[in-house]
Design a protein. Structure first.
Length: 194
């Protein structure tokens, strides 16, 4: 479980097919200081996708992704040198900031518009139609694993605003119109609608 408070970013060092399991892809990510104390088997959210650490060497970690993960998230589009958001899993007793994020991406959205202002950056993105019913104005949403508040939603287009700190510590400084982002809608909204 996560909260959507991204700790920092990491860099993709290698992407390769796992020779033991033809459907799995191995991705090596340099986690930098965010890998300190990480153990094999622990969970890390990369761009909001919960992955398991399978091998660790200094600050680099290997994660295995099944076909479902590479097809249903933006991780399948990553290339060597790509920058990913990092959030380690929540520990019992930690503060609950942000909102409940499971790391189970609901779909991939596409950035439609970016408006830079002196103290914020507003971003509009289109989501798959099946997700729009879960997105509400002033509700929570995770975009590439970042816990954000929905500013507005019209049909399949939603908007959020990011403060300068969020831009600095996440990979959003690399984003441009047309880029894909992982979307996880608020779990509480899903339960209420169910």
């Amino acid at each position: 479980m996560f909260t959507g408070i991204v700790e920092g970013v990491g860099k993709v060092e290698k992407i390769s097919k796992n020779t033991k399991n033809r459907s799995a892809v191995q991705m090596t990510v340099n986690l930098g200081k965010y890998g300190k104390g990480l153990k094999i088997g622990q969970s890390v959210a990369l761009n909001g996708v919960c992955l398991t650490a399978t091998k660790i060497s200094k600050s680099s970690c290997i994660f295995e992704m099944i076909e479902e993960t590479t097809k249903k998230t933006d991780l399948g589009n990553l290339e060597v040198g790509g920058i990913v958001n990092i959030e380690r899993s929540l520990k019992a007793g930690d503060r609950l900031e942000g909102h409940f994020v499971l790391g189970h991406v609901d779909g991939v959205g596409k950035i439609k518009k970016i408006l830079k202002k002196p103290k914020e950056v507003s971003v509009w993105f289109e989501v798959p139609k099946k997700l729009s019913k879960y997105i509400v104005k002033k509700g929570s949403i995770a975009v590439d694993g970042i816990s954000l508040t929905v500013i507005d939603v019209k049909g399949t287009v939603a908007s959020v605003s990011l403060i300068p700190h969020t831009i600095e510590v996440t990979n959003f400084y690399t984003k441009k119109i047309g880029d894909k982002v992982n979307i996880e809608t608020d779990i509480l909204g899903k339960y209420i609608l169910k």
